[in-house]
Design a protein around this ligand. Structure first.
Ligand SMILES: O=C(O)C1=C[C@@H](OP(=O)(O)O)[C@@H](O)[C@H](O)C1
Ligand SMILES: C=C(OP(=O)(O)O)C(=O)O
Length: 408
C-alpha cells in the first residue's frame, strides 16, 4: 500500500495514546516465559511483540520472527537453555543478513549447542536446548547491545548466574541498563561496574505486575511534527514516566534545540513549539539512541537546518542500511547529504522537491521518519504498512492530527 501524505496546517493540537515500548515488552515477555508469576500491562501491540509472544507460546520446531531483531537475539539465548528442545529460529530475508555470531559464540562459551543452517554467522539457527553449566563469558560490545541483553535475560536462570566481560566501546548502553533495571524490578540482584556485569541466580519470582511505559521511539515522530510546526502547536502523548528506562526519552532534551518544550504531568507528556530553534548546525552523538537518528535527520531537513550526527555505526545492520537509505531518499527531496560508516552530514537546505515517492526498504522507521514532511510538501510513502513492526496505529494517529493519508 502506497499512501500520499499531506497536511496543509502549520499549527496542530491533539492527544495521542501510544502503546507500550516494544523493547520493554519483548524483555518482559521473555522474563514472563522464565518466571510465569510476572504479569504485564500496556504491552506493545507491535508486530515484533506479536512474533515474540507467538514464538514463546508455540511448541513448534520452527520459530519465524520475521523482522524482529530483539526477538531473534533474545530467543536465541532462551532456546539455548530449553533442555530437550530443538528449535530452528529463522526470520525475514533481511534477518538472514543481520549478524548474530557474537551472541552465538558467547552462548557456545557457556556450553550451548547452536549451528548455522545456511551462512556462518547469520540466521537461521538450529538450537539444541541444554543446561548451560558455565557462568563466565566475554564478548564484543560495540556491534549490538541486543547480544548483551539476550545473555542478561537468561542469566538469573543459570545455576551460578553470569559474569559478562564487555570488550571494546559499549554501544546502545541505555538498552543494557533497561534490561538490568527490569531484572531488578523482578528482584534479581546485579552489578554493572566498568566493563563487567554480574547477575546473580534467582529460582523464583514473587507475583508481580509490571506496567510497560509507552514507546519513546514512537514519540519521536510527534517531536518531529511539533518541531516543523509554528508556535501554538501542542501535542500530548501518553502514557509516559518521567524516570524512563528508555534511552530514547533523551528526545525531550534534544528537541529543545528545535524549539520544542516538553512538560510532564501525571503520565502525559506535552510537546509545545516555543519560539525558534538553536542557531547554527545541530550536532548530536546518537550512539545511545540509534533509533531516533532517522527522525532527527528528517526534522533537520524539514526545518532547513544542517546537522552533523555521530555514533551511527549500528545503523548499517538494522532493518536496512539506514545511512544509505537516508542519503538516497533525502537527496531525492533536494538535500545535500554525506554519510560515512558512522556519521551523517546534512547541509542547510532551501526548497523541498515536489512529487517525490519514498520507498521504505522494509523499514518502519523510514516510513515514520519521512511522514512528518507531509507538513511541508505532499509526498508518497511506499509500502506504508511497514509501520506495524513497531507502531501499527501510526497512520490512524497521524489522521487524528489532521494529516491526510490517501491510498494511491
Ligand atoms: O534492545 C533493544 O530493545 C534494542 C536495542 C537497539 O539495538 P542495538 O543494540 O543493536 O543498537 C535498538 O536499535 C533496537 O531497536 C532495540
Ligand atoms: C532496530 C530496530 O529494531 P530491531 O533491531 O529489534 O529489529 C528498530 O526498531 O529500530
Amino acid at each position: 500500500m502506497n499512501i500520499k501524505i499531506s497536511n496543509p496546517r502549520t499549527r496542530i493540537n491533539g492527544d495521542i495514546r501510544i502503546t507500550g515500548s516494544k523493547s520493554e515488552s519483548n524483555r518482559l515477555l521473555l522474563l514472563q516465559a522464565l518466571y510465569p508469576q510476572i504479569k504485564i500491562e500496556n504491552l506493545s501491540n507491535s508486530d515484533d511483540s506479536g512474533v515474540m509472544q507467538k514464538a514463546l507460546a508455540s511448541g513448534a520446531e520452527v520459530a519465524d520472527i520475521h523482522h524482529a531483531g530483539t526477538a531473534m537475539r533474545f530467543l536465541t539465548a532462551f532456546f539455548a537453555t530449553r533442555e530437550g528442545r530443538e528449535v530452528t529460529l529463522t526470520g525475514s530475508k533481511r534477518m538472514t543478513e543481520r549478524p548474530i555470531k557474537i551472541l552465538v559464540d558467547a552462548l557456545k562459551q557457556l556450553g550451548a549447542e547452536i549451528t548455522y543452517v545456511a551462512e556462518e554467522g547469520y540466521p537461521p539457527l538450529k538450537i539444541k536446548g541444554k543446561r548451560l553449566e558455565k557462568n563466565k563469558v566475554s564478548l564484543q560490545a560495540n556491534v549490538s547491545s541486543q547480544y548483551i541483553s539476550a545473555l542478561l535475560l537468561i542469566a538469573p536462570t543459570l545455576k551460578n548466574g553470569l559474569e559478562l566481560t564487555l570488550e571494546g566501546k559499549i554501544t546502545s548502553v541505555p538498552y543494557i541498563k533497561m534490561t538490568l533495571a527490569l531484572l531488578g524490578e523482578i528482584g534479581v540482584t546485579y552489578s554493572f561496574e566498568g566493563n563487567t556485569i554480574r547477575v546473580f541466580p534467582k529460582e523464583e519470582v514473587a507475583p508481580i505486575t509490571l506496567t510497560v511505559e509507552s514507546d519513546w521511539s514512537s514519540a519521536s515522530y510527534f517531536y518531529s511534527i511539533v518541531a516543523m510546526c509554528e508556535e501554538g502547536t501542542e501535542i500530548s502523548l501518553s502514557a509516559y514516566k518521567k524516570a524512563s528506562l528508555q534511552g530514547d526519552s533523551v528526545l525531550a532534551e534534544l528537541y529543545k534545540s528545535f524549539g520544542v518544550e516538553t512538560t510532564f504531568k501525571a503520565n502525559t507528556v506535552t510537546l509545545r513549539k516555543k519560539g525558534r530553534h538553536t542557531a547554527g548546525d545541530i550536532r548530536f552523538d546518537l550512539a545511545n539512541a540509534p533509533d531516533i537518528a532517522q527522525t532527527i535527520a528528517v526534522t533537520c531537513f524539514g526545518m532547513g537546518l544542517g546537522c552533523h550526527l555521530t555514533g551511527l555505526h549500528t545503523l548499517k545492520i538494522k532493518e536496512t542500511d539506514r545511512l544509505e537509505a537516508l542519503k538516497t531518499e533525502l537527496s531525492k527531496l533536494g538535500a545535500s547529504i554525506k554519510v560515512t560508516d558512522a556519521e551523517l552530514f546534512l547541509e542547510p537546505s532551501g526548497a523541498i522537491n515536489k512529487n517525490v515517492a519514498i520507498p521504505t526498504y522494509n523499514d518502519h522507521r523510514m516510513a515514520m521518519a519521512f511522514a512528518p514532511l507531509g507538513l511541508k510538501v505532499p509526498l508518497v510513502i511506499e509500502e506504508a504498512e511497514v509501520v506495524s513492526k513497531s507502531y501499527p496505529d501510526f497512520w490512524k494517529d497521524l489522521e487524528k492530527l489532521h494529516f491526510q493519508a490517501e491510498t494511491v
